[in-house]
Design a protein around this ligand. Structure first.
Ligand code: FPP
Length: 244
């Protein structure tokens, strides 16, 4: 059940173009069952696959999922290594798995933090999906929005220093164009399962006018019907972008 639903004023275009999902609650799902946290991630990965496909089926054009943050390295080493194993096996399968769905896979975040093997799998996935034309799936791995913004600022300041850009060239569009999501529309809707009311360093710049839907469901329990519910709530929202 969603914890927030706003009263309609002007209906938003009924289907969001870009959806973000903070896949949260794997650990609690496992704890409730007396299982190790990694068991929750295994279930979460199954949900990931189902929901990615479903988003593509319902006509979402861009989906960004938060799989591993720049802060997640602080977790116990056995949990981090279980996640790396899971990413490896999923990315091996994803090369062919999403082919029939025509899904374009992209990774956002600092790939260099991962093992060479995982980095190659990410590159291979992106390469294989290059000619596809369906939904763009951004998998945020070793992603932190503050880090992303710092990188953008550094890249702009290098250009200012070299004279390629002047101070007056710096505007919101330029900053957007230096983020990992360059060229993509900002998310219309961000869904956070597990009932937490936090943004957790996810798409801070891009979410200036994003609609949030918090669902009181742990990610491994998240079903297609929960996505339907989030989309229905979104469709009732009035988006005014600071206007009236
Ligand atoms: C947050 O739940 C979840 C993660 C840090 C990992 C998300 C990863 C997956 C769902 C695996 C699938 C992804 C791919 C790309 C195959 P949590 O552990 O913080 O849960 P808690 O808040 O209940 O402890």
């Amino acid at each position: 059940m969603a914890l927030f639903s706003s009263k309609p004023k002007e209906a938003a275009p009924s289907l969001p173009v870009h959806v973000g999902i903070i896949m949260d609650g794997n650990g609690r799902w496992a704890k409730k069952r007396g299982l190790p946290r990694k068991a929750g991630h295994v279930e979460g990965a199954k949900t990931f696959r189902t929901i990615v496909r479903y988003c593509s089926e319902v006509g979402i054009k861009y989906l960004t999922v938060y799989a591993f943050s720049t802060e997640n390295w602080k977790r116990p080493s056995d949990e981090v290594s279980a996640l790396m194993k899971l990413f490896k096996s999923y990315l091996e399968e994803a090369i062919t798995d999403f082919r029939d769905d025509n899904i374009v896979i992209r990774f956002i975040g600092d790939k260099s933090g991962f093992s060479p093997e995982l980095q190659k799998l990410m590159d291979d996935n992106e390469e294989c999906a290059r000619d596809r034309s369906g939904m763009v799936l951004n998998i945020a791995m070793n992603y932190g929005s503050r880090d992303e913004i710092v990188r953008a600022v550094k890249s702009i300041s290098r250009d200012v220093k070299s004279g390629a850009l002047g101070e007056d060239d710096i505007n919101a569009e330029l900053i957007s164009s230096r983020l990992y999501t360059a060229g993509q529309p900002d998310p219309d809707l961000i869904i956070r399962p597990s009932g937490e009311y936090r943004i957790s360093n996810f798409m801070l710049w891009q979410s200036a006018y994003t609609e949030f839907v918090i669902m009181n469901k742990l990610w491994p329990d998240f079903k297609k019907s929960d996505l339907d519910e989030a989309l229905a709530i979104y469709a009732q929202r009035s988006r005014r972008y600071g206007g009236v």
